[in-house]
Unconditional design. Sequence first.
Length: 263
Amino acid sequence: MNYQDIIVEKLENAGKITINRPDQLNAVTRKVLEEMEHALKEFKKDPDVRVVILTGAGDKAFSAGADLKGGIFTPETDSVQGAKLARLGQEFTEMIERYEKPVIAAVNGLALGGGWEIALACDVVVASENAQFAQPEINIGLIPGWGGTQRLPRLIGRNRAKELIFTGDRLTAREAERIGIVSKVVPPDQLQEAALELARKLASKSPIMLRLVKQAVNRGIEMDLKSGLAEEVKAFRVCFTTQDFKEGLTAFTEKRQPKFVGK
């Protein structure tokens, strides 16, 4: 596929997708979503890619959300079209959440609306010191439609999430780190290297175990504790069927670094 609005790179064992619309604050269009979905599918087929990094071009924005100026919707958009637009974004964020490889969001600057919702669907968020997060949809007579009303409360609690969505107020990177949305905050010029460093660390682990952890956590959080523990047992059981388990235990006894192959 000839990508026009994203940049796709392979860095060591990491795939990197950059929304490349800096003049529009990396605002998301249908085309951007289609291109990112295609890139993720290609990285999924590549066994050398063990982690994916999502980021935005430039230092002003990860993504300012849906491209309002680009006509992704207008005052004439009806309820049927609106529902289709919500599902379009939800299908993409659900793809990230279900993706079998870890996805790291490297947030540089603004992550607003749909941009923040994309970051919320990622497994880990690393942010620059100038990053800001908000669900400002309330200010134009909308609510978050790409998962914000569901994922944000699960991350930070119901009342704090409602306050942020009610007001549309922005969070700084440090505030987002304090309440558990962001894992690490670094100077802007160190963001991409910090994301790549984390990707290297994850790529050194067993791809199977990373997938099993992601599945167990994501599925379990929707269940009661008893059912979640049963889900954990299922995943734990699978570990013993893999070459990576045997390699990991052998490497431990031999006091060397394991070489996981994803089998």
